[in-house]
Design a protein around this ligand. Structure first.
Ligand code: R5P
Length: 281
């Protein structure tokens, strides 16, 4: 078995290969003069794990080309960050179910798909091959334990992330809760104060995705105003769109951490071990 990666997923791909004791196949992406993406791979084994997060149109094309180049091989597709999963229904008439469109496209030429903390598990049903999700809640809990905080509150910024916060908290025997969030626009949210009353200790905000940072920045400002000792933020997928990092820092967040599903300066823990265990199952 070998592992073949798209351009922006080489680091996590190499870590997955390390856990599996597999080799990393040579892949070289470049551009034709008109901007189209070209790919050349080295020799591939009979079974290949293709690793690529879906971050942009280019990363989708890279994944499709890589899967096609592996056509003589049995392919397990690993998409550490599955972009477009948040558009999981047509919110307005005339909109596509983007998650379904992407899942169908990525089902061709692969025998199974593995992804990580997909926005909603129902998205997995859109793949036309067996698809499973890896949950990094235990890894987030283990990372939080390294911060050495004294009895932190593990807090989800909305009800949807409440069960994730509960699973993270169970790793360290910490308390957990969730806030009530109302989305005002793509960049703006409104938060209700904690139902249990102000928390005077450390708070760790946990979420599946940080995109613009608006959600966690709003939560942080409110918690600090209400007397929290410190606010920390740990997510699975750190997209950090535009000025997200400076927004989060200016909202007083002491630590900002994400996994390596999207490699960045904030990647503080790895999804590779959990993914490798899912591949081996
Ligand atoms: C939404 O339900 C997600 O779980 C995240 O809370 C959301 O994607 C975060 O977005 P942003 O960082 O732009 O507020």
């Amino acid at each position: 078995m070998n592992v073949a990666c798209t351009g922006r997923s080489r680091a996590i791909g190499a870590r997955i290969a390390g856990h599996l004791g597999a080799g990393v196949a040579e892949t070289s992406f470049s551009r034709f003069p008109d901007g189209e993406i070209s790919l050349r791979t080295g020799p591939l084994d009979e079974a290949t794990v293709v690793v690529g997060s879906l971050l942009s149109g280019d990363s989708l094309v890279e994944l499709l080309l890589l899967i096609d180049a592996c056509s003589g091989s049995k392919v397990t597709l690993v998409v550490p960050y599955l972009g477009y999963a948040r558009q999981d229904r047509a919110f307005q008439p005339g909109e596509p179910v983007s998650a379904r469109a992407i899942a169908r496209a990525l089902s061709t030429g692969v025998s199974r798909v593995i992804t990580v903390n997909v926005h909603k598990d129902t998205v997995l049903s859109h793949f036309t091959v067996p698809a499973s999700g890896v949950d990094l809640a235990p890894d987030v809990g283990d990372y939080i334990a390294t911060l050495g905080l004294d009895e932190p509150l593990i807090l989800a910024p909305d009800k949807g992330a409440g069960s994730f916060a509960a699973a993270v908290a169970s790793r360290g025997g910490w308390e957990h809760d969730h806030l009530e969030k109302t989305r005002v626009s793509g960049t703006e949210v409104r938060m209700e104060p904690l139902g249990r009353g102000p928390w005077k200790g450390d708070v760790v905000l946990v979420d599946d995705i940080i995109s613009t940072g608006g959600t966690l920045a709003t939560a942080s400002r409110m918690l600090l105003d209400q007397g929290a000792k410190g606010v920390h933020a740990v997510c699975v997928h750190g997209l950090f769109a535009g000025t997200a990092l400076s927004l989060l820092r200016s909202a007083g967040i002491a630590n900002i951490a994400a996994s390596d599903t999207i490699e960045s300066g904030e990647s503080r823990y790895s999804a590779a071990g959990a993914i490798a265990r899912a591949i081996a199952r």
